[in-house]
Design a protein around this ligand. Structure first.
Ligand code: CAA
Length: 283
């Protein structure tokens, strides 16, 4: 199956990165969000990222312009009517995702694959909202998308081999490394990463060490590129909490219980880098 045009739903941190890597690989991209200001913000993030690549001499000004010219913007979901793949990177909320997939199922061409960038929600349940569950798949990118090599590909219960192969080939075309996993809460990436972050928050909550000390231990002691609390701020504390809740509910095991301090921060609106404050403060 030849994939030429993709729609990316959600122009936030993940969606804009996903749109950028597809346009850089020569595909036509429709970047969609609810409001034009969200789409504009996504376009401006991509423009800044590409400008940095030009300054570093990795791409020419003409490359930058041609990459950007492959991206069109949308606030109307009917623009999915001529795409080969939709990649949904909207908010992590099951009701929103199932409603979106049911609508996309009506709009997208019969051959189109409906992929989701969900970080932990069940692909099988999202697929069940459509009449094409064999064409629904998880395509989980890591943040920052232009830099991180992994794409975790998650098969739902009904995902066909053909669709899996098409998404694997697409990931390779983006110069990413696809890794196949099955549909269980948190898949592999967040089943392992989030309990580590949650445990780091417990060490602060219990007064074992300061956030700076926890991060320094993991950076210098384990060679992690950033400490777990910096990473949590970078991912978004609301997202971290949502993933822990998905793990806790999905496995029913208290080892996944979200730390009360994480809940408190989210309730306070301290969501990390995006809100200006989390475990650290940001300009
Ligand atoms: N967008 C695009 N490029 C970015 C970027 C961004 N937001 N942030 C950094 N970069 C680029 C920089 O431009 C730089 O590129 P060059 O090498 O081409 O110059 C490169 O990344 C390295 O950046 P820096 O030198 O400024 O900083 P660094 O060495 O600390 O690297 C990092 C930054 C790559 C983010 C690194 O700190 C890192 O690997 N952190 C961990 C990231 C991680 O764990 N991501 C997974 C999060 S979990 C997730 O995404 C899934 C989920 O479901 C929650």
């Amino acid at each position: 199956m030849e994939i030429k045009k993709v729609m990316v739903i959600g122009a936030g941190q993940m969606g804009s990165g996903i749109a950028q890597v597809h346009a850089m690989a020569g595909l036509d991209v429709v970047l969609h969000d609810l409001k034009s200001e969200f789409v504009e913000r996504g376009m401006s993030t991509m423009t800044k990222n590409l400008l940095r690549q030009v300054e570093k001499g990795r791409i020419s000004e003409a490359d930058k312009e041609s990459i950007l010219s492959r991206i069109s913007t949308s606030t109307d979901l009917t623009n999915a009517s001529d795409v080969d793949v939709v990649i949904e990177a909207a908010v992590e909320n099951m009701d929103i995702k199932t409603a979106l997939f049911a609508e996309l199922d009506q709009i997208a061409p019969a051959h189109a694959i409906l992929a989701t960038n969900t970080s932990s929600l069940p692909i099988t349940e999202i697929a069940a909202a459509t009449k094409r569950p064999e064409q629904v798949i998880g395509m989980h990118f890591m943040n920052p998308v232009p830099v991180m090599k992994l794409v975790e590909i998650i098969r739902g219960l009904a995902t066909s081999e053909k669709v899996y192969q098409a998404i694997k080939d697409l990931s390779l075309k983006l110069e990413k490394t696809p890794v196949e996993v099955n549909d269980f809460p948190g898949f592999v990436s967040n089943r392992i990463l989030m309990p580590m972050i949650n445990e780091a928050i417990y060490t602060v909550f219990e007064g074992v060490a300061s956030p700076e000390a926890v991060d320094e231990v993991m950076k210098l002691g384990m060679n992690h590129p950033m400490g777990p609390l910096t990473l949590a701020d970078f991912i978004g504390l609301d997202t971290c909490l949502y993933i822990m809740e998905t793990l806790h509910e999905g496995f029913g095991d208290d080892k996944y219980r979200p730390c009360p301090l994480l809940r408190k921060y989210v309730k306070a609106g301290w969501l990390g880098k995006k809100s200006g404050r989390g475990f650290y403060t940001y300009e």
